[in-house]
Design a protein around this ligand. Structure first.
Ligand SMILES: Cc1cc2nc3c(=O)[nH]c(=O)nc-3n(C[C@H](O)[C@H](O)[C@H](O)COP(=O)(O)OP(=O)(O)OC[C@H]3O[C@@H](n4cnc5c(N)ncnc54)[C@H](O)[C@@H]3O)c2cc1C
Length: 375
């Protein structure tokens, strides 16, 4: 490794994770494929201070035949992020476009009464849609843009990279500590590659609808959408459909080998799902799940000796599993579809390993031994 001052250092490690971005030197050195395409258009993003007659709690989009401009409210008064694409006649090298040209384009295309008072930051970039066909080769792994890049539709790149890293980190930590068999590292590719595949498909479709050159999409943009489409952030449809997609909390690993389905048939939530959000004593359940460990949750009606169980769980594997007792609140029974006591085992990334009406510790022991490879 060559550091910033030019000195070289040799690092010997059991594993290597290439988190080195779209041009990943690690990916090139490993000779991974990076199939896909580069879209022949230029895009811009600009963070501006802008006086705008519309309210600051919605996303606004205007569509032209081959272009779009979208306004996203940002934190702070009059702060907006504007993204869009540049038309054919402005196609040049990314570095040759100055901000003035972009602002003129925003004004002429949107025809809106907006007053841009200043720009904090802007960037012009090309869009690629590519991915590797595997995330792992032996002791080497890829994560983030090194493994997948896609159109900016939906702003998914950073979130996906963080989730890749989160997915891999806990598995690698378990293996290095001797708490899991090395095979668990195969589940990184098993869980994250299909996600990258899906992501490229979704973002390509969203992108084509917003800015694709296909005549049909152009027709939809100019005839179906109103001149200024307003997408209010509090709409129920946004919360129910768009939010799980964009926030990525809708991703599940139900088909993965770490999802043990034996006990989940009668539940609305399944092994492989992310733990649904609910409140415990007015606070997010996630506040209790910050330790980088497995979490055994006992959803209790108060009739069993839950505290003895906490002692048993934590005395055997305190560094690996903690135990939480959660009353069967109405919100919980509604989410999970049962009012009877049950157990949920969460992996350190808060995805469900198993869910079971059986509330003894035998299922936990079997899961750790047979699924994780804990000896
Ligand atoms: C204009 C634009 C807007 C975007 N908006 C959003 C958004 O709203 N939401 C979102 O989720 N995503 C967004 N993204 C995507 C997001 O920025 C990326 O997906 C994310 O930064 C990828 O993170 P990463 O750590 O994988 O790679 P990077 O952020 O590229 O980080 C890689 C790091 O590795 C370093 N590196 C590379 N090679 C070497 C080497 N040989 N030696 C040492 N260091 C090296 C680089 O210097 C860099 O610091 C946007 C991207 C662009 C271009």
């Amino acid at each position: 490794v060559k550091n910033a001052s030019g000195d070289s250092q040799t690092i010997t490690a059991k594993y290597l994770v290439g988190c080195d971005g779209a041009k990943s030197a690690v990916r090139h050195a490993l000779d991974f494929t990076f199939e896909g395409n580069t879209i022949d258009a230029l895009f811009y993003v600009a963070d501006v201070e802008m006086e705008f007659s519309e309210s600051h709690d919605a996303i606004y989009v205007t569509f032209g035949a081959d272009s779009f401009v979208a306004f996203f409210p940002m934190q702070g008064e009059n702060k907006w992020r504007i993204i869009g694409n540049l038309p054919e006649e402005m196609k040049r090298d990314e570095n040759e476009i100055d901000y003035g040209e972009i602002e003129n384009k925003i004004r002429s295309e949107t025809q809106l009464p907006l007053h841009i008072k200043g720009v904090k930051w802007f960037s012009v970039y090309r869009v690629h849609s590519r991915r590797v066909d595997k995330f792992r080769d032996g002791r080497c792994f890829l994560a983030g843009d090194a493994a997948h890049i896609h159109t900016p539709a939906g702003g998914q790149g950073m979130n996906t990279g963080i989730q890749d890293a989160y997915n891999l980190a806990w598995k690698m930590a378990c293996v290095l500590r001797g708490d899991a068999a090395e095979q668990i590292l195969d589940t990184y590719n098993e869980e994250r590659l299909p996600n990258a595949e899906r992501l490229l498909g979704t973002t390509d479709r969203m992108f084509n609808l917003a800015a694709g050159s296909d005549w049909l999409f152009g027709l939809i943009r100019t005839t179906v959408f109103p001149p200024l489409a307003k997408y209010i952030l509090s709409f129920d449809v946004v919360k129910e459909r768009f939010f799980p997609l964009i926030s990525q909390i809708g991703i599940n690993y139900r088909d993965g080998s770490l999802s043990e389905h034996a006990g989940d048939r009668e539940f609305a939530v399944k092994a492989g799902d992310r733990l649904p959000y609910f409140l415990v004593d007015g606070k997010s359940i996630y506040d209790k799940l910050r330790e980088p460990k497995f979490h055994l949750l006992t959803f209790s009606d108060g009739t069993s000796d839950d505290h003895t169980m906490t002692g048993e769980v934590e005395s055997a594997n305190a560094h690996l599993v903690d135990h939480h007792v959660v009353p069967l609140y109405p919100q919980v029974t509604e989410l999970f579809g049962t009012d009877q006591p049950f157990h949920v085992l969460l992996r350190p990334d808060n995805y469900i390993g198993f869910i079971s009406p059986e509330t003894s510790l035998s299922r936990l022991k079997i899961y750790l031994k047979e699924v994780i490879g804990h000896s």
